[in-house]
Design a protein around this ligand. Structure first.
Ligand SMILES: [Zn+2]
Length: 170
């Protein structure tokens, strides 16, 4: 994966987690510290939207803040900063998380045999299908063995793709 691909992936991730406003803040590349008020004024976006996006970026590990009391107003202010040097770590962390989820899904899919209604109403385990006499309780249709080998192959491919991405990031 080259730098452009990594950047694209990161922007996708930011938009998913912190929304459009989060992506705007990230791509704005604000220098040094800023307050949410300053940013709201500069971007012409509601301060609540800005705050929400900043806290999402914080949870992602891309933004950090310090709280300081304003000398004039006496109010607590958040001074924010975007960590552009941590973005690769964030991306790696997210890819690893996705990989784990896929592995768990694969594990669940391969350890259970599923049956589905031919009309698409339900998906049940073999045991449940036996109890139901292989008849759908909703429509009375037949419960058929679900061949999930193709779906599982897709999950395996996704895992492989993520592993390759992770390797090219190190
Ligand atoms: Zn059915």
């Amino acid at each position: 994966m080259n730098e452009i691909q990594a950047e694209e992936l990161l922007q996708e991730l930011i938009e998913r987690v912190a929304g459009e406003v989060g992506l705007i803040i990230y791509t704005l590349k604000p220098k040094g510290e800023f307050t949410d008020e300053q940013l709201a004024l500069e971007l012409g976006i509601e301060i609540n939207e800005i705050r929400k996006a900043l806290f999402s970026l914080y949870e992602l590990g891309i933004a950090e803040y310090k709280r300081r009391r304003d000398d004039e107003t006496g109010w607590m202010e958040y001074y924010w900063r975007i960590n552009y040097d941590k973005q690769l770590d964030v991306l790696k962390h997210e890819l690893e998380k996705t990989k784990r989820k896929l592995e768990e899904k694969l594990e669940a899919e391969t350890s259970t045999v599923y049956y589905i209604c031919t009309n698409g109403c339900i998906k049940v385990s073999y045991e449940e299908a036996m109890e139901l006499n292989f008849t759908c309780p909703k429509c009375g249709g037949i419960l058929e063995y679900l061949d999930s080998s193709k779906a599982n192959e897709k999950i395996r491919e996704e895992i492989k793709k993520i592993e390759e991405m992770l390797q090219s990031l190190t």
